[in-house]
Structure formats: C-alpha cells, structure tokens
Ligand binder design. Sequence first.
Ligand code: HEC
Ligand code: HEC
Ligand code: HEC
Ligand code: HEC
Ligand code: HEC
Ligand code: HEC
Ligand code: HEC
Ligand code: HEC
Ligand code: HEC
Length: 415
Amino acid sequence: MRTAALFLLFLAPLAAAGNSCLECHAALEGRLQKPALAFKIDIHSTRGFGCTDCHGGDAASGDPAVSMSRARGYKGKIARTAVPDLCARCHSDSNLIHKFKPQQRVDQLAQYRTSVHGKRLAAGDAAVANCVDCHGVHDIREVRHALSPVHPLRLPETCARCHADAGRMSKYKIEHTQFDEYRQSVHWTALAKRGDLSAPSCASCHGNHGATPPQVNSVAAVCGTCHVLFEELYKKSPHQPVFTAMGAAGCIVCHGKHKIEKPAVKMLSGDGSVCAQCHEADSAGGRAAAEIANRIKELDAALGRSEEILERARQSGMEVSEAQLQLMDGRENMIKARLAVHAFQTAAVAKPVQAGLVVAGKTYAAGVAALKERTFRRFGLSISLAAILATMAGLWLAIRSIENHRGPRSGTGGS
Ligand code: HEC
Ligand code: HEC
Ligand code: HEC
Ligand code: HEC
Ligand code: HEC
Ligand code: HEC
Ligand code: HEC
Ligand code: HEC
Ligand code: HEC
C-alpha cells in the first residue's frame, strides 16, 4: 500500500510532462488560463504535483469530456468551504509531508478550526479567510519566500484585503482600521524600515492558523512573549489584578493594540496622559504619575546636558571619549527607569534615576574640565604665538637693517 503510494508519487512528475489540463488551459483565456500560467512557480508544481492532485480528473486524456469527467474523479472548481479539507488531505498527513520536509508542521487544519476564521467557515460563512486567501491558489510559494503573501513584510496587506475593507467588515461590526494603525506603529517601523524581523507582523500576535500564537491563551497576553521584563513587572504591579478584574487587557490599556507609538513622558503627565484617564491628580496614583514623570524628565535633562557639553569639548579637539563611553551607562539607566515605570511605584523608578544622575554628574564635570583645559591651552598657545611673532618681527627688522647698511649689490641692477 505504502509502496504503491510512493510509486505514484514518483510517477507524478512524469505525468506532469504530458499534462493535458495544463496544456489545454494554457491555451484558454482569462480565469481559465491564469492557473495554468501561474502554476510553473507553485511549490506543488516544483514538488512534482499536478492539477489533478487537487481537482481530480485525468491528465492523460486530451479530451475534455474524459479528462474533466466525474467518472475520472474530476471535482471542478473547489468551493471555498471545501478548501481547508482539500489542502489538509496532504498537509495533515505527516507521512507524505515529512518526505519533503522532515520538520514541517502538519497541524494547520486542526489549528485553523480553533480560529474565528475556521469556526465561521465551519458554520457556512465563506467570506472568512481560508487557506488560499492567505497563501494564494496556483502560485503558492514557500512561506519564507520574500514574495510569499504570508512573508512578514507582505502579510499586513494580505490581511488588509479583507480587514481594511469597511463594507466587508461592517457586517461583522468590527473595526477596519487595524492595517492603517499597524502601519503607524513602532512595530511596523522596526520590521519594515529597519529590517528587524523580530518585530511582530499580524500573525506574530494573532497566530497564523490558530486563534492565538502557541505560547499564549489570549491575544492580549501576547506582548509579554517578546517584552518579557515589562510583563514581569506589570504582573507584580497594583494594576494587574485590578485591570484583570475590570476585564481590561494588560499592556494595551496604555499602549493600544495596533497603533503602538514610541512611548514618551507625555504618557505620564500633562493633558491626555494615559494615567489621567483613571487617576485624579491628587490621588495616590495621580501623585505617583507626576512624580515618576518628574524623575524621568530630570534624568533625561541631566543626560542631555552632559551629552551637549561633551560634544562641544570633542568638537574643539579635546579627548573626551572615556566620558562619552561612561555616558552610555547613564543612558542605560534611563532605559532601566522606563522599564521600572511598569512597577507603577515611585521608588522603583527612583533607583535607576539616582544611578543615572550620578553618571550624568560625573560626565558633566568631565566636560567642564575639558573645556577649561581647552581655554587654558588656548591662552598658553596665544602667549607662545605672540612670542614667536615678536621674535620673527625682530629678526625681520634686524635683516632689513643689515641689508640697508650694505646698500644695493652691483651687476644685477637692484630693484
Ligand atoms: C481540451 C481542453 C481542456 C482540458 C484537457 C481540460 N480542461 Fe478544464 N476546462 C476547459 C474549458 C474549455 C473549461 C471551461 C468550460 C467548462 O467549465 O467546462 C474548463 C474548466 C475547468 C475548470 C473550472 C470549472 C469551473 O466550474 O469554473 C477547472 C477547475 C478545470 N477546467 C480543471 C481541469 C483539469 C484539472 C483538467 C485535467 C484533468 C482539465 N481541466 C482539462 C478545457 C480543458
Ligand atoms: C494545490 C491545489 C490546486 C492545484 C494543484 C491546482 N488547483 Fe486549480 N484551484 C484550486 C482551488 C482551491 C481553486 C478555487 C480557488 C478559489 O476559490 O478562488 C481552484 C480554481 C481553479 C480554476 C477556476 C478559476 C477561477 O477563477 O474560477 C481553474 C480553471 C483551475 N483551478 C485550474 C487548474 C489547473 C489547470 C491546474 C493545473 C495547472 C490547477 N488548477 C491546479 C486548487 C488547485
Ligand atoms: C489567515 C491567514 C492564513 C490562513 C487562513 C492559513 N494560513 Fe497557512 N500560514 C499563514 C502564515 C502567516 C504562515 C507562517 C508564515 C511564517 O512562518 O512566516 C503560514 C504557514 C503555513 C505553512 C508552513 C508550515 C507552518 O505551519 O508554518 C503551511 C504548510 C500552511 N501555512 C498551510 C496552510 C493550510 C493547509 C491552510 C488551511 C487549512 C492554511 N495554511 C491557512 C497564514 C495562513
Ligand atoms: C497532493 C498533496 C498536497 C495538496 C492537496 C496540497 N499540498 Fe501544499 N504542499 C504539499 C507538499 C508535499 C509540500 C512540500 C512540503 C512543504 O514544503 O511543506 C507542500 C507545500 C506547501 C506550502 C509551502 C510550505 C513551506 O515549506 O513553506 C504551502 C504554503 C502549501 N503547501 C499550501 C497548500 C494549500 C493552501 C493547499 C490547498 C489549496 C495545499 N497546499 C494543498 C502537498 C500538498
Ligand atoms: C478573505 C478575507 C479575510 C482575510 C484575507 C483575513 N480575514 Fe480575518 N476575518 C475575516 C472575516 C470575514 C472575519 C469575521 C469577523 C468576525 O466574525 O468578527 C475575520 C475575523 C478575524 C479575527 C477575529 C475578529 C474578532 O471577531 O475578534 C481576527 C483576529 C482576524 N480575522 C485576523 C486576521 C489576520 C491577522 C489576517 C491575516 C493573517 C486575516 N484575518 C485575514 C476575513 C478575512
Ligand atoms: C502587537 C500585536 C498585534 C499586532 C502586530 C496586530 N494585532 Fe490585531 N489585535 C491585537 C490585540 C491585542 C487585539 C485585541 C484583542 C482583544 O481585545 O482581546 C487585536 C485585535 C484585532 C482584531 C479584532 C478587531 C479589533 O480591532 O479589536 C482584528 C481584526 C485584528 N486585530 C487584525 C489585525 C491585523 C490585520 C493586523 C496586521 C495588519 C494586526 N491585527 C496586527 C494585537 C495585534
Ligand atoms: C514578536 C515580538 C513582539 C511582540 C509580540 C510585541 N512586540 Fe513590541 N516590540 C518588539 C520589537 C522587536 C520592538 C522594536 C524594539 C526597538 O525599537 O528597538 C518593539 C517595540 C515596542 C515598543 C517601543 C519601544 C521603544 O523603545 O521604542 C513598545 C511600546 C511596544 N513594542 C509595545 C508592545 C505591546 C503593547 C505589545 C502587545 C500588544 C507588543 N509590543 C508586542 C517586539 C514585539
Ligand atoms: C498603566 C499604563 C501602562 C501599562 C499597563 C503598560 N505600560 Fe508600557 N509604558 C507606560 C509608560 C507611561 C511608558 C513610557 C515612560 C516614558 O517614556 O517616560 C511605557 C513605556 C514602555 C516601553 C518603552 C520603554 C523604553 O525604553 O522606551 C515598552 C517597550 C513598554 N512600555 C511595554 C509595555 C508592555 C509589554 C506592557 C505590558 C506587559 C506595558 N508596557 C504596560 C505605561 C504603561
Ligand atoms: C484603566 C485605568 C487606569 C490607568 C490607565 C492607570 N491606572 Fe493606576 N490604578 C488603577 C486602579 C483601578 C488602581 C487600584 C485602585 C487605586 O488604588 O486607585 C490603580 C492603582 C495605581 C497605583 C497604586 C495606588 C495606591 O493607592 O497605592 C499607582 C501608583 C498607579 N495606579 C499609578 C498609575 C500610573 C503612573 C499610571 C499611568 C502610567 C496609571 N496608574 C494608569 C487604574 C488605572
């Protein structure tokens, strides 16, 4: 049985050579021709599969009445609701798939059934995404390929075909803004503009086939899979139990879910700060917010001053690289302070701020000393310069007076 299947598998490429489906369809037009033209680059084609592996029928016969006959197993165009089962016939078969790729997953259909897409499709709603909406139909590529519609850089547009379509989404009463918002986020900037493939695309947070990525049981908890230290602090903070009880979802209460912007101190204080949404200015939370903001601003300003003076010293030719290196420790403390914000306790932030202020103080002093040294050297330099000039002037005068005493030389005619 097994050997027979294997034998057929190896025969497939031979059959493809005389593939009547391909040949006849390549000569047709429009939607009937497109599959035949696209199929060359399809991974199933390059792995030796042909039209009949999905559509049935008989590729050996050039007579459409035979090749596309129900008697030969021809299924016609595949209905949208039938697609996942069709693909899974092979993709849930580890014996088959692992012959081609030993480590490949074979749980796509099982996962898909847990997603909103899969559940709605099972209930008969064909408008949701099925396998071919994300992967393509006759031009399916390896998922790692840069031109694959599920490559992290292309995936947002693939999802957006439906999710940015207001008309399509209004029926379900969900937003259609995820794509626009995501494209304004720090994550898209990191991914697309800086090529940082560790930044999330749609499927990193939502899972590719299942409802959520494997490590989490709710999309709202997904941030912590990458921002581990932030989550650790948040979990121990006074917010975690109350947000959970309120049904509010962790990080996204303050950062949003799709349009995540670069955080700044304005999140803590001033109009429109996130803390002010829930805390009156004179409450414990409100006072903590103001104090944390002040400490962060204080350190930021101090580090800024150090940076500025050291840069001035460097530009005037002083050697300050050691102090500049030290200043990076100060910046490190700034990062620690922004992380410590997530304990939502003034004391937690005060610690790294204090350490940072010490570095800022030292490096500022180094900058002052360097500029003083420069002034001193300039003063010394101008004195020696004046002395040299005076000597040169004296020398010149002396030479002139000797020449005048000699008078014009004979023969050359003088000047
Ligand atoms: C000699 C030409 C010819 C051959 C061979 C042929 N087809 Fe077709 N095929 C057509 C034409 C013409 C149509 C459109 C008319 C129709 O639906 O019958 C079509 C339609 C189709 C459709 C679309 C049906 C729909 O409902 O939209 C599919 C899928 C298809 N063919 C697959 C195949 C497969 C698979 C094979 C090989 C087993 C094959 N064809 C062989 C000419 C051919
Ligand atoms: C990996 C499975 C698979 C293979 C291999 C495959 N098809 Fe298809 N084909 C599909 C699915 C799924 C659909 C339905 C797509 C949709 O819903 O838009 C389809 C649709 C079609 C259609 C209808 C197109 C339309 O827009 O109405 C034609 C014609 C067709 N296939 C021909 C072929 C031919 C010819 C080959 C071989 C060159 C081929 N297919 C190979 C899965 C496959
Ligand atoms: C909502 C979009 C979407 C749907 C629907 C979808 N996929 Fe995927 N698929 C993806 C993404 C995204 C990846 C992962 C790409 C990556 O790893 O970068 C992927 C990866 C794969 C892989 C590579 C192995 C793996 O699991 O990572 C296979 C095979 C695959 N999908 C088959 C299927 C099949 C079969 C179906 C239907 C049952 C399906 N996909 C439905 C988006 C989708
Ligand atoms: C006749 C068996 C068969 C059918 C039917 C089939 N596939 Fe495949 N597919 C394979 C094999 C074998 C591979 C190569 C192994 C691999 O790369 O995972 C493959 C590879 C893939 C890949 C590339 C995965 C990677 O390595 O990055 C994707 C995506 C994919 N198939 C999607 C689909 C979709 C979507 C359908 C349904 C429209 C489908 N397949 C139907 C056998 C099949
Ligand atoms: C072919 C169109 C289509 C494509 C492509 C598509 N979706 Fe969907 N998606 C839908 C529809 C329709 C629903 C159902 C809406 C509902 O029930 O809320 C849905 C539901 C969802 C939901 C659940 C929304 C809720 O109700 O909370 C999420 C999350 C989702 N899609 C994410 C994605 C992601 C991520 C991608 C790309 C990897 C994607 N979708 C691609 C059509 C699509
Ligand atoms: C950084 C993680 C992350 C990324 C990236 C991401 N999402 Fe979401 N998405 C979420 C969270 C969190 C929710 C809210 C879930 C909840 O409220 O339980 C959500 C909700 C959704 C919903 C449900 C409707 C809604 O707006 O609440 C859809 C649809 C959706 N996202 C689609 C997308 C699409 C399409 C992309 C890519 C363009 C994307 N998401 C990128 C985290 C993300
Ligand atoms: C797949 C991993 C991943 C997931 C999931 C993820 N992020 Fe990120 N995040 C990153 C990467 C990578 C960066 C870019 C880091 C950088 O700018 O150096 C980033 C940047 C950020 C930044 C900006 C940091 C800065 O200093 O500019 C914030 C805020 C952020 N993420 C919040 C979130 C929130 C909230 C969620 C959940 C809704 C989330 N992230 C989910 C990987 C992830
Ligand atoms: C109660 C509001 C709140 C919650 C909840 C929250 N954050 Fe923040 N987050 C902030 C504030 C405020 C800042 C910015 C402080 C600043 O820049 O002065 C920030 C900054 C950040 C930064 C940027 C750090 C940097 O170096 O610039 C990241 C990344 C981040 N948060 C991730 C998360 C993650 C992940 C979660 C969930 C585990 C989370 N946040 C929960 C308020 C919050
Ligand atoms: C979604 C509403 C919400 C947001 C936004 C929010 N908090 Fe809270 N916070 C609460 C609730 C509820 C409590 C617990 C009840 C209380 O003590 O007020 C709490 C408690 C606190 C506490 C402990 C107060 C105490 O009595 O010990 C501090 C400190 C705090 N929050 C700071 C902040 C800071 C700083 C921000 C902005 C970065 C912020 N919160 C944003 C709702 C919020």
